[in-house]
Ligand binder design. Structure first.
Ligand code: ATP
Length: 489
């Protein structure tokens, strides 16, 4: 189920209303980086806090950590990132433009099919045998054999696909490009000083597994959650915040007995759906993709990508993977320290296996904005509003005096404003322009309620409360206002 909203609609609203700006915009920008404005930062925190509350604070089997972004280089050697965390890169030799090869093929999947039919009559059947689990309606399954084959890819590209920049078909060789940002620690830059900006938050959890067990000795299964920045030198960052070079992840490693992984996997699968519901994402816009074996990360025995109908198409919102004991065993091997868990009631110690739900904050924000973006008509005029769930809205209530040049109205309104501000925090004072304009502005940023103080207020201590979604106004006593808004929260 896709929604009739374009990426441009979302990007322009986000910029106009102070949600998200291009990073370093004043100097011409820095590709793949984004700055959150006054409303964006609140929306972002509301989402992060909701996640923390739902998955850490409210559960007895979860612990939180906040690990350093810079880590010992051995972390990334042991995890395999130094050797294999790369994307396929291809150059156009005519104009030197660079592309992520899989994206280029995905954008031209019909031409990939043409190539298969023209030149590889037996290819499809053979591939079906080779990859019986593949979903042939899924473009990733069609293109992935070419991405892993360094000779076939240029042949396919040179036969069928033109450079999106210059229109020529003059492709170079397929190369692997490591996406980690390398840096060095301290004044002397040598082999020992190498470090990386972490490309995922997960390793900060694995490296603290033993610490948490030693401090708390939790029963298995239990999980550790972490939120924080991750950095990937994406070859071509694109589609607004969807593919950024610096972004925020919210990850959980849920440690289980190897015999019990399926039960925990199903539990997290259900919790992911609860999360999507709490974000206000319609069920019909979220899809599970069972990732076929040859498309999964090498350590994963099962992965479900949760996809969302973004304005750019159906794309990954978050992932749920069974990572086996890959990470803990690697840490044990490279560090020489035991990562075994000793069951409380006796029994043999073992290295726990892991279920990993991995959430990306930027993609959650983009999904929330897409789902909330709504157009309708009010008094024969087009209206744009964000139908955000109340608990995510950056501003909960806007308070206005009907006229800003009547001191008695302003004074009364200031009184109501400070009562609500104390109670709800995110309350906005708005006396700019006429009342209709204020409503439109608040609608566009998703404010659920607008409270207006007028001349009747001075007589009988009542105010109007206007509902964002229905545009209906009701008169309520100031003394009841907190209770009414509290109920809706
Ligand atoms: P993709 O295939 O789209 O590059 P991925 O499978 O590499 O994503 P993971 O490594 O599974 O992504 O990361 C977990 C989550 O982190 C993703 O589901 C996504 O929400 C988020 N994420 C990953 N890369 C980016 C990025 N460059 N920009 C924004 N969010 C990202």
């Amino acid at each position: 189920m896709s929604k009739n909203v374009s990426l441009e609609d979302i990007v322009s609203l986000a910029k106009r209303r102070g949600f998200v700006y291009q990073g370093s915009e004043v100097y011409g920008g820095l590709s793949g980086t984004w700055d959150y404005g006054p409303l964006g930062v609140v929306l972002k925190r509301n989402i992060m806090n909701l996640w923390w509350k739902m998955f850490v604070e409210s559960r007895d089997d979860m612990y939180g950590v906040d690990a350093a972004i810079l880590m010992n280089q051995k972390v990334w050697q042991a995890s395999g990132h130094v050797d294999t965390f790369s994307d396929p890169l291809i150059d156009c030799r005519a104009c030197n433009s660079r592309y992520r090869a899989d994206h280029l093929l995905k954008d031209n999947v019909a031409k990939v099919w043409d190539f298969i039919e023209d030149t590889r009559k037996d290819y499809l059947e053979a591939s079906k045998v080779y990859m019986p689990d593949a979903h042939w309606e899924d473009p990733d399954s069609v293109i992935s054999p070419f991405i892993s084959d360094a000779t076939e890819l240029p042949e396919l590209l040179n036969a069928k696909i033109s450079c999106p920049n210059c229109g020529k078909k003059d492709w170079g060789e397929l190369r692997q490009f490591n996406m980690m940002f390398k840096t060095s620690i301290g004044p002397v830059a040598d082999e020992n000083s190498i470090s990386y900006l972490r490309p995922e938050t997960a390793q900060g959890i694995f490296t603290n597994f033993k610490n948490v067990v030693d401090s708390f000795y939790p029963d298995l299964p239990f999980g550790i959650g972490q939120q924080g920045k991750a950095f990937r030198n994406e070859i071509s960052p694109r589609d607004f915040v969807f593919r950024s070079r610096e972004f925020e992840q919210m990850e959980i490693e849920y440690f289980v007995h190897p015999d019990q992984w399926e039960k925990s996997f199903e539990m997290w699968r259900k919790l992911v759906w609860d999360w999507c519901e709490a974000l206000g994402l319609p069920k019909g816009m979220v899809h599970e993709l069972e990732v076929p074996e040859n498309d999964r990360a090498h350590y994963s025995k099962r992965t479900i990508d949760f996809e969302f109908d973004f304005p750019i198409g159906k794309e990954e919102l978050l992932g749920l993977a069974y990572r086996t004991d890959f990470d803990l065993s690697n840490i044990q091997r490279v560090s020489g320290k035991s990562m075994e868990y000793r069951p409380k009631g006796g029994g043999e110690a073992f290295v726990p296996h892991v279920i990993e739900p991995s959430f990306g904050l930027e993609r959650a924000i983009m999904a929330v904005l897409t789902a909330a973006y709504t157009e309708d008509e009010v008094n024969d005029e087009k209206r744009v509003y964000l139908k955000l769930p109340v608990h995510l809205a950056p501003v909960k209530v806007a308070v206005s005096p009907l006229l800003k040049n009547k001191p008695e109205l302003v004074e009364k309104a200031r009184g109501v404003y400070s009562i609500l501000k104390k109670e709800f925090g995110s309350v906005m004072w708005d006396d700019n322009g006429n009342i209709g304009k204020r409503y439109r502005r608040q609608d566009e940023i998703g404010t659920p309620y607008c409270v207006v103080i007028d001349f009747d207020t001075l007589e009988n201590d009542t105010v109007t409360v206007r509902d964002r979604d229905t545009t209906e106004q009701t008169r309520v006593a100031i003394s009841q206002l907190q209770a009414i808004l509290q109920k809706e929260r």
